[in-house]
Design a protein around this ligand. Sequence first.
Ligand code: DQA
Length: 145
Amino acid sequence: MVKCILILNGPNLNMLGTREPELYGEQTLDDIKNICYDRASKLGLKIDFRQSNAESELIHWIQEAPKNNAAIILNAGAYTHTSIAILDALRLTGVPIIEVHLSNIFQREEYRHVSFVSKAAHGVICGFGSNGYELALDATAKLIS
Ligand code: DQA
């Protein structure tokens, strides 16, 4: 059976393309979604690609994830640095979690150096722009094979 990977995107990532392009690049979230679909099909994986600005919706999707998904790739946006609730939800899943950021959060403001997501993540990919999502899919494919 083809395995499915949940790719979750947090707040303000729906604004990619116009949002601080010097930091996040010029691609829209739809562009990144298409890149992920292409990569996943080459890897023989299915993906479920979603975005929400609401912490509660992200938590709901994380709680439901193990029913249909073998792993979660998560760019939690600013919730990365604030949300113990998302961390608690991630810890309950029992599936591998790969944290992604478009920008290199360690080169930026100090408040972005803390990641609650990292405490539940198998690994972190940051600073590679949209390519980070492809790298995360490659890593996930190996992890779950
Ligand atoms: C981000 C980094 C976060 O600090 C920021 O709040 C975002 C995007 C990234 O992909 O680089 O929304 O997760």
